[in-house]
Design a protein around this ligand. Structure first.
Ligand code: ZN
Length: 482
């Protein structure tokens, strides 16, 4: 028997199972057996033409099957297959001659004494840290531990790119911000903490969204880029800009209780696109705002990124270049998979097709992180105010809630619960002659539900714009928001 490990974003299609056993002689047979047992997985793993989708990587034990015999790879009893989808994430530093390294003051020598007495750091290493310029993308979940530890460790110049303000729901994990910071610019809040930890820090803040227009110029001023982003367009942008400017990309990503970390885009190492040439289709992989994230997980992964950054600066240890570290906080398991530079990679391979930055929102087919889909395209929308009026008028409306049961427990509108993923097989429970208002948390999932129902022939179905969040904000302030 072969065990197939199912990653958490796909477990909703495998009957919530983390691993599935199938009898198989080859990888292709094993995957076919898997989708026979769990037919809903099929469209997530395979394209309409029956090809494995490009954002899904399949490993046999710790080897990428693309470097074995692909789907023809033979299996032995007890082999483990891992499906590793992309999740919503070197010693090539210019060596400065020792003479050019900045000297440490007596105060700095005392502050960094626990580093200075370690042979792996020492005075030379601490001077390298002081000379180093690290750019951190985002001051959120991953950016918090990254910035805090790099600052404390004595990284001389830290840049932070962020345009967001601190939100109450950030505090569960973004430990650089406090309750009193809610509503402030993340850059102001983070900057204050970092300067308090280490007044020697040269902090450079960039109050902007990272874009194709500014990324190259920004990256050229730094030695290393640490990616703390939470969305695919920015992740591909960071990767491509790192490859083009020749800066290592210290990568981390998180989802629920699982994380990934690696170091990409060094001179000889693979890049993020070697691993995932294309992003998943929009909506297939939920973001942390939709799927949730364990509060400590960005701490765990961000500290791994900080560690890798420091090692790159010091030129010490075995870097995660060429390795993808998988962190499972629930099982408290760390596994690693080998990564290879893909000669056909569009950005770092031998025949490069991407030599300048592109439109990443378009490339990923989405408008950004968490925005509810724009109206139009025949999708009927209703505002929470109109909806309230209809309810007050006692109109016959069937309320369809397409969120998950645990979300329903937090707050609900007494709707009929069918989670979006179950809708195709439970559509028979709905009466197409009635007027239906579908809702979710923000309006994104319910828009998909409405589109699906319209395709299925429902004509009187509307999407509640803004979901229960808009209801709580504009109609019922007593309803909890999450
Ligand atoms: Zn590449």
């Amino acid at each position: 028997m072969t065990q197939i490990q199912i990653p958490s974003p796909l477990r909703q299609y495998s009957g919530k199972q983390a691993s599935v056993e199938v009898p198989a002689k080859t990888v292709g047979e094993a995957l076919a057996g898997l989708v026979t047992q769990h037919p809903e997985l099929k469209r997530h793993l395979y394209s309409d033409e029956g090809k494995l989708r490009a954002f899904v990587n399949v490993y046999v034990n710790d080897e990428d099957m693309r470097y074995l015999q692909k789907e023809a790879t033979a299996l032995k009893d007890g082999d483990t297959i891992s499906i590793v989808p992309s999740i919503a994430g070197g010693s090539t530093l210019t060596e400065t001659a020792p003479a050019a390294q900045p000297a440490l003051s007596n105060d700095e020598i005392l502050r960094y004494s626990r580093h200075l007495i370690m042979p792996e750091v020492g005075m030379e290493g601490q001077q390298k840290l002081k000379a180093a310029k690290v750019l951190c993308i985002g001051a959120g979940g991953l950016g918090s531990p990254l910035a805090l530890y790099l600052t404390a460790a004595g990284v001389g110049t830290l840049g932070i790119v962020d345009f967001d303000v601190v939100d109450y729901t950030n505090l569960q994990r973004q430990i650089i911000h406090t309750t009193a910071d809610v509503g402030r610019k993340k850059l102001d809040s983070a900057g204050e903490k970092l300067k308090a930890i280490n007044p020697f820090l040269n902090l450079r803040t960039f109050d902007t969204r990272l874009t194709s227009a500014n990324a190259l110029e920004l990256f050229r001023e730094f030695d290393i880029v640490a990616d703390g982003t939470d969305n695919f367009p920015t992740r591909y942008l960071v990767n491509d800009a790192c490859v083009i400017t020749g800066k290592p990309n210290v990568y981390g990503s998180i989802f629920r209780f699982e994380g990934q970390a690696s170091v990409f885009a060094t001179e000889d190492g693979p890049c993020y696109r070697c691993l995932y040439p294309e992003p998943p289709p929009p909506g297939l992989v939920p973001s942390c705002a939709e799927g949730g994230v364990l509060g400590i997980l960005p701490g765990l992964v961000g500290v791994i990124q900080a560690t890798e950054t420091i090692k790159l600066i010091l030129g010490q240890g075995d870097s995660l270049i060429g390795r993808l570290l998988l962190v499972d906080a629930l099982g408290m398991k760390f596994r690693e998979l080998k990564l290879r530079k893909n000669p056909d990679c569009p950005v770092c391979g031998t025949h490069r097709t991407i030599t300048k930055l592109i439109d990443y929102d378009q490339f990923c087919g989405i408008r950004g992180v968490e925005a509810a889909p724009a109206t139009g395209g025949g999708l009927s929308e209703i505002s929470v105010e109109e909806f309230k009026k209809k309810l007050d008028n006692k109109e016959d409306i069937f309320i369809l809630d397409v969120r998950e049961p645990h979300e329903y427990q937090i707050c609900n509108l007494n709707g009929y619960l069918i989670p979006l993923g179950d809708l195709p097989k439970r559509v028979g429970e709905l009466d197409s002659s009635r007027e239906i208002v579908a809702h979710c948390k923000m309006g994104g999932r319910s828009a998909k539900a409405v589109a699906f129902l319209q395709q299925a022939g429902f004509t009187k179905v509307h999407n509640l714009a803004g979901g229960v969040t808009a209801w709580a904000e504009r109609i019922d302030p007593k309803m909890p928001k999450y």
